[in-house]
Every structure is written in C-alpha cells, then in structure tokens.
Design a protein around this ligand. Structure first.
Ligand SMILES: Nc1nc2c(ncn2[C@@H]2O[C@H](COP(=O)(O)OP(=O)(O)OP(=O)(O)O)[C@@H](O)[C@H]2O)c(=O)[nH]1
Length: 422
C-alpha cells in the first residue's frame, strides 16, 4: 500500500502544512514599535562622520523628537538624531524582521540625503566598520518610509580600511542613527521622527518552506522505512506459513502412503490383498493385449486348515498363515507378487511367465510348504491351481486357476494342477 494512504498522520500533516503556508502569507506578523520615550533614549549627535559636524539642536516632545540642523556650504557638515535602546530592550535581532518603517517629517528644507545607520550591539565601541546603513531619498512633509532590512549594508570603504566584512549571521543592534547627510549648501533642516517600527513574519517564508520540506522528507523516510519493515515481516510470515504448509504436506503425504499401504495390504501377513493386485493385473492385461506378453497365476489353498484352527486354536492358524506368507515370499522372484486372496487362500502373480514355468514354481512351493515346519503341531500341505493368461478378462483367468485348484483338492490335495488350455 502507498505509505501516504497507510499512515494516518498524513492528512494532519497536509492540514498543518496548508495552515502554516496560509498563515505565513496572510498573517503571522511580528512587529516591534520602538517607543521614543520608554524603550530608548533619543539624543543629538553632531560630532559625526570624519569630524564633519553640523550645528544641531534636539527637541523631545510627547510623540516625536525633532532635530534642527544648520549646515554650512562647503563644510560637509552633518547632524544626527541618535536612538539608543535602553536596558529593558538591550538589543534587537535584525534577522527576526524583514522591514523597517520610518515615520518622519521634514519641515522647510530637504537635506541632500538622509542615511539610516544601525550600530551592532556586539560592538560597544561603535566602530564604523561594523555598522549597517541605507540611504533614504527624503520627501517633503511627513511620510512613511518602508525600508527592506535586506538592503542595509556596510560601506565598502570601511570594510577595506579595516579589512572587515559585512556582519553575517544574526546581527543584533542597539543603536539607530538618522543622519541628515553631507550638505553642500547652507541650510536649516528640521527633521521630526515620529515612529520607528520593525516588522516581519514570525517565520520567514524561506525558513517555513525549508522546515516543511524537512518534515515531509523525514515523514516519507519514516513511512518508507515502516513499509519496508512491514514487507519484511510479511515476507517472514509468508515464509513461516510456507514452511508450515510444507510440513503439513509431508505429513499428509506420509499419511496418504500409510492409508494406501493399509488399503492394499493384508494386515496379518503383510502380503498384498485383492485391492493391492488391481493395478498390477491392469498392467499385465494391457501388456498381454498389446504385446502378447505371457503371465501366469498360482492360486493355492492350505489343506484342512479348519482342523488347525479347531485343534490348536485360531492363533495357531494365524501363525501358519504368517509362516506360509514368509516362506513363499522368499521363494518367488523379485518381479512376482504374493497376495492373500481369501481366508487361507494365496495367489502368486508370475509376470512374464508361461504356464509351465508357473507350474514348476508351484511344485517347488508345494514341496517347501510340505517340508517346512510351519506349525509345531502338524505338517502343513497346500493344493495349487495354475493358469496362464489367455484373454483380456481377469475373472476368466482367475476362474481357470480356481477350477484347477478345485481339481487339486478333489484329486486328494497336496498337488499342483494346471488349468486346461482353452
Ligand atoms: N486362523 C485363521 N483362520 C482363518 C482365517 N481366515 C479363514 N480362516 C479359517 O480357514 C478355514 C477354512 O476352512 P475350509 O474353507 O473349510 O477349508 P479347509 O479346512 O482348509 O479345507 P480344504 O480347503 O477343503 O482343504 C475356516 O475355518 C476359516 O475360519 C484367518 O485369518 N485366520
């Protein structure tokens, strides 16, 4: 699943991001109004700039401070209205603001230029190489001047003279100076300062977008990490299930083999039962029909078996059945099959064998049974009927062997009779 759909916090993250972006664009204002009386001390400085002084006077009123500056032609004279922050405010971080709003008024003459300077709080000696300044084009009357803080700079001649650079990082200032500039003419200038205000956004657009980008990247990394871990766990789980299935399969396969074995095997003698011979007979008959390959069966039955049960008990009868099965199993070829056909009746399937060969095997088995101590109480004999396959019908084949066996019984038992060819 896509991690954006998977993690529930993404909708909140989208909401918070949009809210912050909207707020940043439509509001999030941070303002600092420098009160001329409470937060700062306003004073006159007419000992400025390479000693080019003007003759000045400062008048402080409730809502403004007014500078009266008289300059003389050809003297590069200048006056400054300085504003020093008092201890309550100590210093202002310029990087918290983007703009400076200056509410000033000129009555009568305009100076050639007006310069606003900041002195860094980190420079208590107020060396000029550290100050930041910006020129303002003076306008007649009262006006609001909006100055971008990004455009304040340290003049290059001070940088070169002192091998300093413009302060970087987060400059903190505690001293502002409004200088009437270097006049080339004799003039009386009246400058009133009403308000100095710094404004900006609580979070700058660049910082906000970088922050949001970082948050999104981290969230995506976390999601993909979680997704990877989830997939790994899923894979391990599937692997575990596959192992369990394999185990179950092998168990079922063993069970199936057991049931198959049980279905095809006589539990007393461990020979095939009738069901166990079904497929073997099918193969033999197909082979006979297709290639005329011979095969014979030897059907034999223990003589007077009922007497063994009756005289020595059923367990003794079982023992004889087991002993005969073991004996015959040892005597037949590897490709032949022994099955218990009924109660005390057995059948040997002799593959690729003519009737004469099967008769020889039957005779051999008859003698072995007769000569072997299969019961500790009495001698055991068996009667045999032998028949070679001569059609595709299994019942007929077995019937011919059964008839031969019947004849053997009728003829006195303990003998082999071959079925008559038809
Ligand atoms: N102990 C034991 N006896 C069985 C088993 N199956 C069948 N029998 C017995 O085998 C005997 C077969 O007896 P009959 O069919 O009369 O044949 P017989 O006594 O062998 O006589 P002939 O076949 O005519 O020689 C019966 O008494 C069955 O109870 C078995 O699994 N175990």
């Amino acid at each position: 699943m896509n991690p954006l759909q998977r993690d529930a916090y993404y909708p909140f993250l989208v909401l918070i991001s949009l809210t912050l972006v909207l707020w940043q664009n439509l509001g999030m204002e941070r303002k600092l109004l420098l009160d001329l009386n409470k937060q700062s001390e306003v004073f006159l400085n007419d000992q400025l700039v390479n000693g080019h002084s003007g003759s000045g006077l400062l008048l402080k009123q409730q809502d403004k401070a007014t500078l009266f500056c008289s300059s003389e032609a050809q003297t590069n004279s200048a006056c400054a209205l300085s504003l020093q922050l008092n201890r309550a405010l100590s210093a202002i971080r310029l990087d918290h603001y983007q703009q400076l709003n200056l509410d000033i008024a000129f009555s009568s003459n305009l100076p050639d230029s007006l310069i606003l300077q900041f002195y860094l709080a980190t420079d208590p000696q107020q060396n000029y190489q550290h100050l930041l300044q910006q020129s303002i084009l003076p306008r007649q009357g009262r006006a609001n001047y909006q100055l971008s803080l990004a455009q304040f700079y340290t003049p290059s001649w001070w940088q070169l003279a002192r091998a300093q650079t413009t302060p970087s990082g987060s400059p903190q200032v505690n001293h502002f100076a409004l200088i009437t500039g270097d006049n080339q003419q004799t003039k009386n200038i009246e400058l009133s300062l009403y308000r100095i205000e710094l404004s900006g956004k609580l979070i700058a657009a660049k910082d906000l977008y970088l922050g949001l980008l970082a948050v999104w990247l981290i969230s995506l990394c976390v999601s993909y990490f979680k997704l990877g871990r989830g997939l790994k766990e899923q894979h391990q789980q599937s692997h575990k299930h596959a192992l369990e299935l394999n185990k179950m399969n092998s168990y079922l396969s063993i069970e199936r083999d057991n049931y198959e074995f049980m279905a095809k095997t006589d539990p007393l003698t461990s020979c095939f039962n009738r069901a166990g011979l079904r497929n073997i007979f099918s193969d033999i008959i197909i082979e006979y029909i297709e290639t005329n390959m011979p095969a014979s069966i030897v059907l034999f039955d223990i003589d007077h078996f009922k007497q063994i049960n009756d005289n020595y008990g059923h367990d003794e009868g079982d023992k004889v059945l087991i002993n005969i099965a073991n004996l015959v199993r040892q005597q037949i070829r590897e490709g032949d099959y022994l099955a218990r056909w009924g109660g005390e009746e057995f059948l040997v399937v002799c593959t690729h064998t003519r009737q004469a060969g099967a008769c020889a095997l039957a005779e051999h088995l008859r003698q072995s049974i007769e000569q072997t101590m299969l019961s500790q109480h009495s001698r055991i004999t068996s009667s045999f009927g032998v028949a070679e396959i001569n059609s595709g019908f299994l019942e007929q084949w077995i019937k011919r062997a059964d008839e031969a066996l019947y004849q053997a019984k009728q003829s006195g038992r303990n003998q082999v009779i071959a079925a008559a060819p038809q």
